[in-house]
Design a binder for this molecule. Structure first.
Ligand code: ZN
Length: 75
């Protein structure tokens, strides 16, 4: 995990709890030294909480993409 692109890709898996302890350690280590990735991480984290609260079920990836775009583009 050397670049932010790699790190962000891992962050998505991390939030979906698909990573083992070593990868989550690497992610947290990268986040410590990289504020832009922390922002992205917090954004994704909030997005997942919102979606879970509203739907209480599995969300299709296409829906997550659309929602992410909508939030990033603003109203
Ligand atoms: Zn980064």
């Amino acid at each position: 995990m050397s670049t932010c692109d790699d790190a962000l890709h891992e962050v998505y898996s991390y939030l979906d709890q698909e990573v083992n302890w070593y990868r989550s350690f690497l992610i947290r280590r990268h986040l410590k030294g990289c504020p832009p990735c922390v922002q992205a991480y917090k954004f994704e984290q909030r997005l997942r909480i919102v979606v879970k609260e509203r739907l209480h079920e599995e969300v299709p990836p296409e829906f997550m993409d659309r929602l992410r775009q909508a939030i990033q583009n603003g109203p």
